[in-house]
Ligand binder design. Sequence first.
Ligand code: AMP
Length: 136
Amino acid sequence: MEKTIFQKIIDREIPATIVYEDDNFIAILDINPVNIGHTLVIPKHPWVNMYEMPAEDFDHMMQVAHMLGVKIKNTLEADGVNIIMNNDAAAGQVVFHAHVHIIPRYTGDGHEHWHGARGYNEGEAEMIADKIMENY
Ligand code: AMP
């Protein structure tokens, strides 16, 4: 199978701006940042998405994202930080090697979220919550 761009970065076949590395994770600056300092935390193991990742490794990835998110907020004097993971094309995933985005945000920077104006019909929220709870 063709290596992903992130696997090539991990294997040092193509360059990247590295901001953190340990035995299991690498963090690099996103080549096309939403804001300056936009960082990607990437597990070295080539899981495609979070469904494939054991919970323990996901926890570890989020610990790295937490450490870097706080550091980035303080260093870049951001007003806020988004931590985002896209899983599958339908959710906007483009590189199919699991990763978490850390995006420093500034008041009035103009980046908009989804709007979520749909709401719920009568009884629908309870039905969905029951369905989710059933599957634990
Ligand atoms: P996603 O939509 O979550 O799969 O995001 C993939 C991200 O990887 C995008 O924000 C890209 O800008 C970023 N990206 C793609 N190629 C590179 C690269 N060579 N170095 C750094 N970031 C990259």
